[in-house]
Design a binder for this molecule. Structure first.
Ligand SMILES: Nc1nc2c([nH]c(=O)n2[C@H]2C[C@H](O)[C@@H](COP(=O)(O)OP(=O)(O)OP(=O)(O)O)O2)c(=O)[nH]1
Length: 134
């Protein structure tokens, strides 16, 4: 990334059975309907971990615990990179407060949603990480 890039953080929330939480964007129009991992932009002066915890609270009403990082800097549109962590639920049940819909996807359904372009290679990396665990 270059010095001017802003960082977007995203959480792959993993539940028993190697299920992952996918969230359907409600906006902007160009991305609405596409599926992503919950998260958002890191605020100035905020740590990436704190931003991820905040975004999961705001968007889903849950507390998450960060685990392993997934890859490095994932490219987004110009000016942004995304950093992704596996997470577990520490408290709460996810609700779609800002998304159109939420879905828990098991291994047989990882590709059953229309992932945003940036998220498809991330899902592939997550699949390799999770399936190499058992
Ligand atoms: N959160 C998230 N954003 C993603 C993913 N994939 C992807 O291309 N993006 C893009 C969409 C947006 O252009 C940008 C993140 O913006 P956002 O709208 O989630 O950020 P935010 O919650 O801080 O929202 P805002 O305050 O800027 O409105 O990254 C993903 O998996 N998760």
């Amino acid at each position: 990334m270059n010095a001017f890039d802003r960082v977007v953080v995203a959480a792959v929330i993993v539940a028993p059975g190697a299920r992952v939480l996918a969230a359907q964007r409600s906006e902007p129009a160009a991305l609405a309907g596409g599926w992503e991992f919950p998260g958002g932009k890191v605020d100035p002066g905020e740590s990436e971990a704190a931003a991820l915890v905040r975004e999961c609270r705001e968007e889903l009403g849950v507390e998450v615990t960060l685990g392993e990082r997934v890859g490095g800097d994932w490219p987004l549109s110009a000016g942004y990179v995304m950093r992704v962590w596996l997470c577990t639920l520490a408290a709460g049940v996810p609700e779609a407060r800002e998304h159109l819909d939420l879905r828990w996807l098991g291994p047989d359904a990882y590709y059953s949603v229309e992932w945003l372009d940036a998220d498809l290679p991330i899902m592939k990396t997550v699949e390799n990480l999770l399936l190499s665990r058992d």
